[in-house]
Ligand binder design. Structure first.
Ligand code: S1T
Ligand code: MG
Length: 540
């Protein structure tokens, strides 16, 4: 086998199911082998940010590796933002970048696509990946690949592999997967015992689940643990969509001042808040009505457990959950909170459309046709998603980059075969919405709802009276036909209802619903954020 086939084989044996990419001359030899070998399906998109977002979404939905293959320089550096997002949100994307071969690197000429130095790209990616390797030696390549892919899976973070174009067809030994290290069983036992004791004596323990629970495929086990312990569960904002398919005492999503008062009180008054795989970020905790003393919480993240001033390093979340399950005694009195009542009862009348109407319409639709996975972009569409019934959700809820929604929907459908609903604002659609033009080649048919307020409305809500938020009226529905799908512009709730019904009934072509939302009309979750948080650094 050659180095490219060995790499593709290793990606597949480590869980990758497809590759998203855009080639360039430094990557053409690898792309040719990838296409001809059929080891993994190869999907090409139109702009590298979309490649990164699609690979990220594919990793998230399948709790495994996503793969983004690009050319050197112009390609790879174009994808820095999505990979930084994957790093921040713990999504294991494997970046494979073509690169100059040894001879051309030593010719003494500056090379096209070279930014500063030839190793500048590796240095840049070292900042947003947990491990890296340059595959310029066939003797060390199998061990380098094994180490880097193991790092991606162990830390659930992106990794970077640079593949010089003169190496792609070099004969190479196969990769032998790295052997995972075993956690210290005594430390694990002591930690589990201490956590269970904290929960046992607490008056109101609460479990909050975050992204690592999904990344390491632990939803069913955590649901079982919560049920066994008799402890209510909430998700963090970036953990929204977790436990959608697992029977558990799930009470909703913690949004602090912007959330439902009952859930906010439950979390903020807990005397034993157990954070499982939760990123301790401003988007997850910066909205607290009352300061949560994180030192009093129990945190399990990044293979480290802290209980107050006790720290247990080297304990992967999966091992901890197993140790807790093995010791969890009979359930205590479960502090029951009614499961969240997401708004239903859509009124199909001639009133204009508000974001919350879209949530109500989607909830009613899922009641009648079944739940579907959602890919949401950053903007009020994400805040609106908090009013949608708990269902699988991929969204940049922590790193908060725009442009994620449409490519993530494509990545989701490529990775699962399920038809996604994509929620995206007009500003974000302007960034990556054109990627819908790739649907026809691959038979993808997402339903895309554009929250078209002709504005960067989330920003305007915090910084009103500025003209730079205006986006103008882009007629997205008119674009759909040209891109191979169907589009409709809707202005009333009745038109929205009819458009959703028609979109669900139409398979094989993407469906774009351009929902016109009046200026200044925002979701109730964003409204609560703005009312409680006010303008950041607002001048007096
Ligand atoms: N650029 C990128 C790539 N990501 C961002 N998050 C931003 C800029 C800043 C930003 C927001 S929200 C927002 C911007 C520009 C406006 C979004 O507009 P649109 O998609 O139309 O959605 P809506 O009108 O619902 O707000 C966050 C706060 O950083
Ligand atoms: Mg907008």
């Amino acid at each position: 086998m050659n180095l490219s086939e060995v790499l593709l084989d290793a990606l597949k044996s480590h869980g990758a199911r497809q590759i998203f990419g855009i080639p360039g001359d430094f990557a053409l030899p690898f792309f040719r082998i990838a296409e001809q070998s059929h080891i993994l399906p190869l999907y090409t998109l139109s702009h590298e940010p979309a490649v990164g977002f699609a690979a990220d979404a594919a990793a998230r939905v399948n709790s495994t590796l996503g793969v983004a293959a690009v050319t050197y320089g112009a390609g790879a550096l174009n994808m820095v933002n999505p990979v930084a997002a994957a790093y921040a949100e713990k999504s294991p994307v494997v970046v494979i970048s073509g690169a100059p071969g040894a001879a051309e690197a030593n010719r003494g000429l500056l090379l096209h696509h070279q930014g500063r130095r030839l190793d500048s790209q590796l240095r840049i990616y070292s900042e947003i990946t947990c491990d890296q390797a340059c595959l310029n030696d066939a003797r060390s390549a199998p061990a380098d690949i094994a180490r880097v892919l193991h790092s991606a899976l162990t830390h659930s973070q992106p990794v970077y592999l640079e593949l010089p174009r003169d190496m792609v067809a070099v004969p190479c030994a196969q990769v032998v997967a790295a052997t995972p290290s075993e956690p210290d069983t005594e430390a694990l036992a002591a930690c589990a015992q201490e956590i269970l004791e904290r929960v046992r004596v607490a008056a109101s323990p609460v479990i909050m689940v975050g992204v690592e629970v999904r990344r390491f495929g632990l939803e069913a086990k955590v649901a079982e643990l919560a049920t066994r312990l008799g402890v209510p569960v909430v998700t963090s904002l970036s953990g929204r969509g977790l436990l959608a398919d697992a029977a558990s005492p799930l009470c909703g999503t913690y949004l602090g001042v912007a959330g439902t008062p009952e859930v906010t009180r439950l979390v903020e008054e807990s005397d034993a808040l157990l954070l499982l795989g939760v990123i301790v970020s401003d988007t997850n905790f910066g909205v607290s009505a009352r300061h949560i003393d994180l030192r009093r919480t129990i945190q399990a993240l990044d293979e480290r457990v802290t209980l107050g001033y006790h720290v247990y390093p080297g304990l992967p979340l999966a091992a901890l959950i197993d140790a807790l399950l093995a010791r969890a005694s009979a359930p205590r009195r479960l502090l029951l909170l009614a499961p969240p009542a997401y708004p239903r009862g859509f009124v199909a009348d001639d009133a204009p459309i508000a974001p919350t109407d879209i949530a109500v319409a989607v909830n009613d639709l899922m009641d009648s046709v079944g739940r579907f996975p959602i890919a949401a972009d950053m903007g009020d569409c994400l805040f609106t998603a908090m009013d949608i019934e708990n269902t699988a959700l991929v969204a940049p809820a922590y790193y908060a980059t725009m442009g994620f929604g449409v490519p993530a929907g494509l990545g989701l459908q490529a990775a699962t075969g399920e038809r996604p609903l994509v929620l995206v604002g007009d500003g974000a659609f302007q960034m990556t919405g054109m990627e819908l033009g790739n649907c026809r080649r691959y038979g993808w048919d997402p339903i895309v709802v554009v929250f078209n307020n002709s504005s960067w409305e989330t920003l305007r809500a915090f910084e009103p009276n500025c003209a730079f938020h205006d986006r103008g009226d882009w007629r997205f529905a008119d674009m759909a036909q040209a891109l191979g799908g169907d589009g409709v512009r809707v202005r009333t709730r009745r038109q929205l209802f009819d458009a959703l019904r028609s979109a669900v009934a139409t398979r094989g072509r993407f469906q774009l619903i351009d929902a016109v939302i009046p200026r200044g009309v925002i979701s109730r979750t964003l409204r609560r954020f703005v009312d409680k948080m006010g303008r950041p650094n607002a001048s007096s």
